[in-house]
Write a protein that binds this ligand. Structure first.
Ligand code: ADP
Ligand code: ADP
Ligand code: ZN
Ligand code: ZN
Length: 760
């Protein structure tokens, strides 16, 4: 069914003229308001530069201008995007794939704003009454468990990790820097007269061992003269607990932090068992359940329970709650419980959680901007997501979507196709119009959409296998499966079916030498760039240093080369307590990060800032150094030829980060790799190149295990393991194992169904 809406009158369009952000070539675009516009094109073609860095950025800047001058001055002045004219904007809500806060107090319930409704319901009809609705919050002192302060977990010193039983005190049996032999803490132990300081701890009696570990305020009967006269003796565990783990302890130094991470383990709170709330609150029930039990249920199940509460006087509240839980289900997250920590969600899940928060609101006239919302979604669930986006439109909002998935593209009222290539070869609008027209357009996207679909007929024979027996992590139901080696294995299943638990958890446990290449942060902070990550920056600095006869540190924005104003960051960050931090480009170095002297040196006419601004392909040609060329060639092979050498890794999407890590791995491949949705962010045409790379790796002897929804990849696999049939407690089983051709022929379940449709 074609639900696309006709184009509105010209006055109802967002007008962009002469946009030149990043690689955009001074383009003009008109985007219909109150419609869904999908932006397509190969990776690096300029979709994000147009949608996020031009349209949404200008909306934000104009919004800032509406604040009074006090707030505005504190906000700083975000720069005007490089365009001649941008008109007719509304307030933009950007729903991207940044992960949600790792803060232990943030959960799915708090992030979706569903938790307050649950608390309100308990305060109204829970029995016996516990009071106001705030007491039901583990973030409120009146509601939190006093033992764990509402965290649900407590940190404990793990005695086994702390003590090396083969050593004596003299030899350093206490493996913690502040207790090392010779330190004053250590002296207290050896001079207490309680232990034979030369005896390995393994030979201690259990009483001696208890004393060493757990004694609290014991006065030693017969200490050495060197023991402090008024002193008492305290075991290592309470001593460390007091120094580091109570709420009064000062934060540890960096050195102690690393040592602490090794000896401290976190476990469920003994008082509340992880429920985070105090007794009074946990005793309050609606029917058989308390609030912690509600929050531990998958959202779909909870919706059923809430729908079943029959108290007439809370009907509207209960209905509102059921509606919100229904949104979670519709975005394919019905398997999540409200108490799930936000920080454990994937980027795609986090984006959809943000979406649920907005579905509950009643604002209209906004512009919602999505970054590849299909990430992490099974093809069978995509239509539910697109239903929600239509609802947003029908409430009177403008919806802009950057997306590669044909099922999401099909949703568009209007398409803007960017390209034709990436970076310098892109930055133009190559097609604008209806989806139907796109299918006939002579552009990479049009060609991809009408291209042939095929499934791998002849599969490679495995070299061996990795056996997983009785896997029970998270929702897995005692899974027995063998993962073939020497081939490309694709693991499929709806979101929440257990793919990551099986591959990221169990497989890595039985094959510890397997390397997981994740979409997670790269590390190294905001100063990391492709050049630092691939280790080519030192070579580049060396070239500059030799040519100019000065020290290499002049070419480092962390060292002598740094712009003094922004200290080499390129931006000035204003920290606002009540809003997101605001970044503005440093005016002195204009964002280059370097000082004038550093910029006065050149290599073949280019400054260090200009070289770092080159894309991988450009730089490889320009520098002509074999080591650099090799590293940059690997970037090209993983589909990232358009990355600039000095681009902050903070600006990369999860999919790009994963491919960048893969590029580094290719220098010295491991025997088994585990990848999680490597096609995220990739245009269909680029997926073919990634598959060619996979072939190359497998043919060179590497085993690849890839969690993936993209049907091009599923069809290309040697072996498919499909988990399901549903999500959460309804999943966790293997529903199909074998070649994709057989799956399409005779497999059952959502993935086999989707594969059949795809091949039609
Ligand atoms: P897409 O969204 O289509 O993948 P982008 O808009 O992210 O493409 O990228 C278009 C071009 O702009 C690429 O060459 C990319 O390297 C460059 N680019 C993207 N972000 C930045 C940035 N923050 N600074 C400089 N160049 C950028
Ligand atoms: P998939 O990779 O197929 O999306 P997952 O393996 O991530 O599925 O999740 C399977 C089930 O395990 C889901 O019900 C999910 O909520 C649960 N789960 C996953 N990770 C965690 C975690 N860190 N803590 C608790 N439950 C988890
Ligand atoms: Zn507790
Ligand atoms: Zn500066």
């Amino acid at each position: 069914i074609d639900t696309a809406r006709p184009r509105p009158a010209a006055t109802d369009e967002i007008v962009v003229e002469g946009a030149r952000t990043h690689n955009l070539r001074g383009i003009d675009v008109r985007i219909p308001r109150n419609r869904i516009t999908v932006f397509t094109g190969v990776s690096g073609s300029g979709k994000s530069s147009l949608v996020f860095d031009t349209v949404a950025a200008e909306s934000r800047r104009q919004l800032n201008d509406t604040y009074d001058s006090f707030v505005r001055n504190r906000l700083g002045r975000p720069g005007r995007p490089d365009a001649d004219r941008i008109d007719n904007l509304s307030v933009a809500v950007v729903l991207d794939q940044r992960r949600l806060s790792g803060n232990a107090r943030s959960t799915v319930g708090t992030a979706t704003d569903i938790a307050p409704l649950v608390r309100l319901l308990f305060s109204r009809i829970g029995e016996p009454s516990a009071g106001l609705s705030h007491v039901f919050s583990f973030n409120d002192p009146r509601g939190m468990c006093p033992e764990c302060q509402g965290l649900g977990t407590v940190d404990r010193v793990d005695a086994a990790a702390l003590i090396d039983p083969d050593l004596s005190l003299d030899e350093g049996a206490i493996r913690f820097p502040t207790f090392a032999p010779g330190t004053w803490r250590w002296k207290r132990y050896v001079h207490s007269g309680l232990f034979d300081r030369a005896k390995p701890v393994r030979e201690y009696t259990s009483a001696e061992r208890d004393l060493l570990l757990y004694a609290e305020g014991v006065r030693p009967p017969d200490p050495d003269p060197e023991f402090p006269r008024t002193g008492t003796f305290e075991g290592v565990v309470p001593r460390l607990t007091r120094s580091y783990l109570t709420s009064e302890s000062p934060g540890p130094s960096a050195r102690d932090r690393a040592a602490l991470d090794r000896v401290v383990s976190s476990g469920p709170c003994p008082e509340c068992g992880g429920a985070r709330l105090n007794r009074t609150v946990l005793d309050c029930r609606i029917g058989p359940h308390n609030i912690a039990e509600w929050c531990a249920m998958p959202a779909v199940e909870l919706a059923g329970v809430v729908g079943g509460t029959d108290a007439e006087r809370v009907r509207p509240l209960a209905e509102a709650l059921v509606e919100r839980l229904g949104y979670l289900d519709r975005v394919g997250l019905g398997y999540l419980s409200l108490d799930r920590a936000s920080g454990t969600l994937s980027g795609g899940e986090a984006q959809r959680v943000r979406m649920v928060r907005h579905m509950g609101g009643s604002l209209t006239g906004l512009t919602y901007v999505f970054d590849e919302p299909s990430t992490g979604l099974h093809p069978a669930d995509v239509h539910r997501l697109t239903d929600l986006m239509r609802r947003l439109r029908d409430k009177g909002n403008t919806v802009l979507v950057v997306e590669h998935d044909p099922d999401v593209i099909a949703l568009a009222d209007h398409v803007v196709d960017m390209g034709p290539g990436a970076g310098r070869d892109g930055g133009r609008v190559v097609y604008e119009g209806s989806v139907r027209g796109l299918l006939h357009a002579d552009t990479p996207t049009g060609r991809y959409l009408r291209g042939p679909r095929a499934v791998r007929g002849r599969v490679r024979a495995p070299r061996g296998s990795i056996g997983i027996r009785g896997a029970r992590l998270h929702n897995l139901r005692g899974v027995d499966v063998s993962v073939p080696t020497g081939v490309l294995t694709v693991v499929t299943g709806v979101a929440g079916s257990g793919k990551s638990s099986l591959v990221g958890g169990e497989l890595l446990r039985v094959r510890p030498d397997a390397v997981a290449v994740t979409q997670g942060a790269v590390g190294g902070g905001s100063r990391s760039t492709p050049a630092t990550f691939l280790g080519v920056l030192d070579t580049v600095r060396g070239l500059f240093a030799r040519r100019n006869g000065v020290a290499a540190s002049w070419f480092s924005a962390n060292s002598r080369g740094a712009c003094p104003t922004c200290r080499g960051r390129g931006v000035i960050i204003t920290d606002l307590a009540f809003l997101d931090d605001v970044e503005t480009v440093c005016e002195d170095c204009r964002g280059t990060r370097f000082n004038d002297r550093a910029l006065s040196y050149t290599l073949g006419d280019r400054t260090i800032a200009e070289v770092l601004g080159m894309t991988a392909v450009e730089a490889a040609g320009f520098l002509g150094e074999p080591g650099v060329e090799d590293a940059l060639g690997r970037l090209v092979r993983v589909g990232l030829p358009y990355l600039a050498l000095g681009q902050s890794l903070d600006t990369l999407s999860g999919g790009e980060r994963q491919r960048l890590k893969l590029a580094r791995e290719l220098a010295a491949p491991a025997s088994v790799y585990v990848l999680d949705e490597p096609t995220a962010g990739l245009h269909g045409g680029d997926v073919d190149r990634l598959l060619a790379l996979f072939d190359h790796m497998v043919d060179a002897g590497t085993s690849l295990v890839v969690v993936e929804h993209h049907l091009d990849v599923v069809a290309y696999a040697d072996h498919v393991i499909d988990l399901g049939p549903g999500a959460g407690t309804h999943g966790g089983r293997v529903v199909f194992e074998g070649a994709p051709a057989r799956m399409a022929r005779s497999g059952t379940g959502a993935t086999a169904e989707a594969l059949r449709r795809y091949l039609e």
